[in-house]
Design a protein. Structure first.
Lengths: 385, 269
């Protein structure tokens, strides 16, 4: 705009904003003449620098070759008005452009004192209590979700015909297809890495052939199921949380609830079952790729023929080793599914909430996998498996 | 339709609800009778949506009761609750169509869950429902492929899937242009007149309120409850409450527009 500024934009160059005090105007007033272009991103006079140490007089603000202006001028005037109010003097702006006066009136109450924010006056005890309450709520929520899932599985076992098998198959397909390439690569490389590490030590004693034992056992008992589970937690667990979180944000979950459809049965169980059923297969597949990785290193670097490697592995790795890994992987799958579905369904109703739910699903999933693994290590140790 | 007795279809008794420790509505009571088309109105933040969430069971009230056909919804056990849920359909503000399913699947899911119809019957009913809302032939489309108005229609078709006695609408004309919004209103009236459905509509669209409402319930944020109840015409003519008059005033005096550029701060760059 600038009704007061006739120059076209291209020609007009910003003039420095000015504010000059002129004392001794008639009626015991002082005049503040404002001129130039007032811009937020340039230096503009401040009210205090204009007034300096002047004794309080009524103030009249008048434009003097005022060019373009923005909120910086408004702020200047607001400060002036505040100063005058504090000094109990009049503040006249009648000579200023109409729209500026309107703006000034609109922000009349801008600096009314705000009540101290709630957070600021809360003591540490209150904060601790709130935190404890939140934690208790969360725990209850988690337990009730696990309970609902358990009930769902029980009712599924009783009436398998009512279950949405098709959804489950689709999810299984998704688990398998999306994880296969990355599981292949990671498991093969884990085999390679283990074989390298073992070879360096074992070669010193001329026992290079035992690389097969070491790789075989570590892959089958730990690394295969674990790596497959971590990849699934990152891929599938996150996908579950994002899908369900998005459904929550879009009220799709509300729509199911108001139709009397159990969201756990409808959404969580097919996913949970899919990932739990697929996990052992993926772990088995990861085992095979791990063997191949070890075999590759042995054949190319240690001059152990593949057949010898295979026989050595067969001698050392028993069926109980393989089963112990697979049993674990079932529980890893359960953990991934539970974490993903729980976080997704309890997601906050915002885009940020979906992001948080996804991250949280992955973190919770991996945490639960590691805890479960530790527990199994203990149990297998006690049982002597 | 389903209920011929004079008992109200929905009865809200001394309902107090909110979130966490914030009370949004306090001691609200009202009743809705069969075939009534009732609007819940009020400014933003007055608790319209909170009331709706309470009515449809997504939010547990702090106190009070909601009864459908004389049966308490709040105190209902799982089986009774499921029965009550079957008696109403909900059209959500952002439609809440299941995005991973086609329109046909969206409409047929409630039927699959609550009836034992044969697949061919299901298909026919779905086609009927979609035709009723003017979406015949769109069975295989996904929600993402629809325009805003079509999504609303599809959501209505799903809400009507089980031939509910009551349909709740959360801001049915939100985000629609005036023409589509008018079409939606026409559709709502048509459904009410043909199926005799009781309708509860949460909205602040004045035009829809005046076109459709049999009765209006106005909520207020400060009062945390109902400040006015009646037909829109009654409220306009007789209400002395400035909040009600202000809300329903269609020709509010607006500052006269001038043609001369008045120039704002933002016009200065």
């Amino acid at each position: 705009m600038t009704g007061s500024h006739p120059l076209p934009e291209a020609v007009a160059r910003d003039k420095t904003a000015t504010a000059q005090l002129q004392a001794g105007a008639p009626g015991g007033e002082c005049q503040v003449k404002i001129g130039g272009d007032w811009r937020l991103n340039e230096r503009v006079p401040s009210w205090n620098s204009v007034l300096q140490n002047h004794i309080a007089m009524n103030v009249r603000v008048v434009p003097d070759d005022l060019g373009k202006w923005d909120t910086s001028l408004l702020l200047f005037l607001v400060h002036g008005r505040k100063w005058c109010a504090a000094a109990k003097r009049d503040f006249h702006v009648e000579a200023l452009p109409e729209n500026l006066q309107t703006l000034l009136r609109q922000v009349e109450n801008v600096d009314s004192p705000k009540p101290a924010s709630k957070a600021a006056i809360q003591s540490n005890w209150v904060l601790a209590a709130t935190f404890a309450k939140k934690l208790a709520n969360k725990t209850r929520e988690n337990i009730s979700f696990v309970g609902e899932c358990t009930l769902g599985i029980v009712s599924l076992a009783r009436h398998p015909r009512g279950f949405r098998w098709m959804d489950c198959v689709v999810e299984m397909q998704r688990c398998w297809a999306s994880s296969l390439p990355i599981v292949s690569l990671v498991s093969f490389l884990v085999g390679v890495i283990l074989a390298f590490q073992a070879a360096i030590q074992l070669q010193q004693y001329g026992a290079a052939v035992f690389v097969a034992d070491l790789v075989g056992l570590s892959v089958v008992r730990e690394m295969g199921p674990m790596m497959a589970a971590v990849i699934m937690a990152g891929g599938i667990g996150a996908a579950f949380a994002a899908q369900l979180g998005n459904m929550k944000v879009d009220e799709e979950i509300d729509a199911l609830e108001t139709l009397g459809i159990s969201t756990v049965d409808f959404l969580a169980l097919p996913r949970l079952l899919a990932v739990t059923l697929m996990m052992p297969f993926l772990a088995l597949y990861a085992n095979v790729l791990g063997f191949l990785g070890g075999m590759f290193v042995s054949a190319t670097m240690l001059n152990i023929p593949a057949a010898a490697y295979w026989i050595e592995t067969q001698n050392r790795v028993g069926i109980s080793d393989v089963t112990s890994g697979l049993i674990k992987s079932v529980f890893f799958g359960l953990a991934i599914g539970l974490a993903g579905c729980l976080r997704g369904m309890k997601c906050e109703r915002s885009a940020a909430g979906v992001g948080k739910a996804t991250t949280s699903a992955v973190v919770t999933g991996i945490l639960m996998i590691v805890i479960a693994d530790a527990l199994f290590a203990l149990i297998f140790n006690v049982l002597g498996i | 339709m389903k209920n011929n007795s004079s008992a109200p279809v929905i009865e809200v008794k001394h309902l107090t609800c909110g979130y966490g420790e914030t009370v949004v509505l306090q001691d609200v009571s009202f009743a809705v009778h069969a075939r009534e088309l009732i609007f819940v109105i009020g400014g933003s933040g007055c608790g319209k949506s909170t009331l709706l969430r309470c009515l449809i069971g997504l939010l547990k009230p702090f106190q009070g009761d909601v009864a459908y056909f004389g049966k308490s919804f709040i105190a209902a056990d799982a089986t009774q609750r499921r029965e009550i849920l079957k008696t109403f359909g909900v059209l959500y503000q952002n439609n809440a169509l299941w995005s991973s399913m086609t329109l046909a699947e969206n409409v047929s899911l409630p039927l699959e869950e609550h009836t034992s119809l044969s697949p061919t019957d299901l298909e026919e009913i779905v086609a009927l429902k979609l035709t009723e809302v003017g979406l015949s032939g769109s069975e295989e489309l996904y929600p993402a492929e629809l325009s805003g108005g079509m999504k609303k229609r599809a959501a209505l078709a799903r809400a009507l899937a089980l031939d509910p006695a009551i349909v709740f609408f959360d801001e049915p004309s939100e985000g629609l242009d005036p023409i589509t919004s008018r079409e939606m209103d026409r559709l709502i009236l048509q459904v009410r007149d043909t199926l005799g459905t009781t309708m509860v509509i949460v909205s602040h669209q004045l035009s829809s309120i005046f076109r459709l409402a049999d009765r209006v319930i106005m909520l207020d944020r400060e009062t945390k409850g109902i400040i006015a109840e009646g037909t829109p015409a009654e409220l306009v003519a007789a209400s002395t409450d400035p909040r009600v008059r202000d809300f329903l005033n269609q020709n509010e005096a607006f500052p006269k527009r001038t043609n001369q550029p008045s120039g704002g701060v933002l016009a200065h760059s």
